[in-house]
Design a protein around this ligand. Structure first.
Ligand code: NAI
Ligand code: AKG
Length: 429
């Protein structure tokens, strides 16, 4: 048996430096808008708990790999830590820390009683068998057992994970405590207490944010031209719902490439093609192949990055031709990219607002589980729409009234709520 270690070796961060440049920069800007006490800002800059565990996994070949699994709990000031688990090769402790902080502001902005967390393992799930993924997920859950719980920290799906991984986590946790604990995760299958509508929820929220932004400009979804980078859970759900609403989906892409049609793609036909030809987006006969970099530069009403971080940067922001960029992914625009888009008058709908539909329905799943009463999909969608549309208009009104960007307005509302709670509870001794 061979022992190989894939534990990431990251440069240590000096204790006084916030490891998350972009997240901390936006936090500082919001703190300055709010005239926050610097002690409060200093506390909010730092995650409350950073956990890295070793995950020894026996591969199907008999080889043992030791993976690094992270969970960063940024804040539980407003309620249990909440946030997804990501399986992707780019996962690092820094990335997870930044994403955990985003979760805190997102939940606070939407007015749901959660703090913020994120977890991840640096693997490409496509390179592992289902059995290996199950062993990885169960061992990761076991290693975190003392740090998670339905009133403590509630994981959910993110990139590279889905209801399947949530079911394994729920089962591992439940076996440990000796009884079923559905509330340990959200985004789980319906059979074990999942919520109707959760799978499409993030994409639905993206569609709603775009709908409201277009409406404020006197335009409707019908006929709006849209390009979407990423065709996973979020990108594909958003594409389907936007297509159903009459938008013209000019292009979509995934890790294997993209497809473009000037007249608009037939999204259900594309989905059927991908079922038969997984990872062969570019061979879809209803369009022509387009690369991920070119997709971002298409002239369109709305560009929707729904895959990775750092896609719009100082390198390409001056060539973006969309009127609106809707951040379906977390952190798809770098700090420099954001400044350039702002200078060019391109409206950016920030991630903590645009992709909040997922965590909102996670919250509704948790509420249903706590009350043992399960709703139909129509009710779930209606409740989610109410929270999303309300948050959108609070952000828009704040941006207008203070003459600041939508991002700064969203941060101001989210950070302000957490800061108020921290101050009311009393600063940590
Ligand atoms: N799943 C959820 O409920 C939520 C997800 N998000 C965010 O949305 C983003 C996407 O997440 P999911 O859709 O859940 O992940 P997913 O794993 O279902 O899909 C990711 C998609 O990105 C594509 N992709 C990977 N590398 C790419 C590249 N280099 N260029 C273009 N596409 C590439 C993949 O092929 C896939 O289509 C992430 O930033 C995630 O944090 C945010 C809120 C909730
Ligand atoms: O549904 C959740 O709890 C978290 C979703 C998530 O990770 C995110 O919004 O980025």
């Amino acid at each position: 048996m061979v022992l190989s270690s894939t534990i990431a070796r990251e440069a240590p961060t000096p204790a006084h430096i916030c490891p998350m440049d972009r997240s901390c920069s936006y936090l500082q800007q919001a703190a300055s808008q709010l005239n926050l006490d610097t002690n409060i800002t200093t506390i909010l800059e730092h995650p409350r708990k950073v956990i890295t565990v070793s995950i020894p996994v026996k591969l199907d070949t008999g080889e043992v790999q030791v993976l690094a699994g992270h969970r960063v709990q940024h804040s539980d000031i407003l309620g249990p830590y909440k946030g997804g688990i990501r399986y992707h090769p780019s996962v690092t402790l820094r990335e997870v820390s930044a994403l955990a902080m985003l979760m805190t502001w997102k939940c606070a902005l939407l007015g749901i009683p959660y703090g913020g967390a994120k977890g991840g393992i640096a693997i490409d799930p496509n390179q592992y068998s289902v059995g290996e993924l199950e062993r990885i997920t169960r061992r990761y859950t076991s290693e975190l057992i003392k740090d998670i719980g339905p009133a403590v920290d509630i994981p959910a799906p993110d990139m590279g994970t889905s209801a399947r991984e949530m079911a394994w986590m729920m089962d591992t946790y439940s076996m440990h405590v000796g009884h079923a604990v559905p509330g340990i995760v959200t985004g789980k299958p319906l059979s074990i207490g999942g919520s109707r509508g959760r799978q499409q929820a993030t994409g639905r929220g993206v569609m709603l944010a775009i709908r409201e932004a277009l409406a404020e400009r006197g335009q409707s979804l019908a006929g709006a031209s849209i390009a979407i980078q990423g065709f996973g859970n979020v990108g594909s759900s958003a594409a389907i719902l936007l297509h159903e609403a009459g938008a013209k989906i000019l292009a979509v892409s995934n890790g294997s490439g993209g497809v473009y049609s000037e007249g608009g793609l037939d999204i259900p036909a594309l989905q059927a093609h991908l079922q038969d030809n997984p990872r062969q987006m570019g061979t879809f006969p209803g369009g022509e192949a387009i690369g991920n970099a070119d997709l971002l530069l298409l002239p369109c009403d709305v560009l929707v990055p729904a895959a990775l971080e750092d896609q719009i940067t100082a390198e390409n922001a001056d060539r973006i031709q969309a009127k609106i960029v809707a951040e379906a992914a977390n952190g798809p625009i770098t700090l420099d990219g954001d400044r350039i888009l702002a200078d060019r008058g391109i409206l950016v709908l920030p991630d903590i607002l645009t992709n909040a539909g997922g965590v909102v329905v996670s919250y509704l799943e948790w509420v249903q589980g706590q009350s043992y009463v399960f709703w139909d999909e129509e009710r779930v969608n209606r409740e989610m729409e109410g929270l999303m549309v309300n948050a959108y208009h609070r952000v828009s009104a704040t941006a207008r009234c203070k003459t600041i960007s939508f991002r700064l307005a969203a941060y101001t509302l989210g950070v302000g709520r957490v800061a108020q709670a921290l101050s009311d509870r009393g600063l940590y001794p």
